[in-house]
Design a protein around this ligand. Structure first.
Ligand code: SF4
Ligand code: SF4
Length: 77
């Protein structure tokens, strides 16, 4: 199921991607698409290092039955 890029989903994403070490240490907010990767696609930041992922706990992931996490690096299946 495709995740819609809505302000509501972005607000939820901020609570999970926001504190994520992968998000913070790679400064993903500074590079498009900034956040809500499950809807907008993977980060355009080169050499993004995986440090952990909060997607499995996120309400958006639950609502749209997303599995796997690390959506800044890999699109949801
Ligand atoms: S599943 Fe991950 S990328 Fe999608 S809204 Fe939640 S924390 Fe953000
Ligand atoms: S998609 Fe997952 S790994 Fe990437 S920043 Fe968001 S919570 Fe972290």
């Amino acid at each position: 199921m495709k995740v819609p890029d809505t302000p509501e989903n972005l607000e939820i994403c901020k609570r999970f991607c926001g504190p994520c070490p992968t998000f913070q240490e790679n400064k993903l907010m500074d590079t498009e698409p900034h956040a809500l990767f499950c809807a907008r696609g993977t980060t355009k930041k080169a050499d993004c290092k995986s440090k952990g992922c909060n997607c499995p706990n996120c309400e958006v992931a639950e609502k749209y039955a997303l599995t796997g996490g690390w959506f800044c690096l890999h699109p949801p299946k």
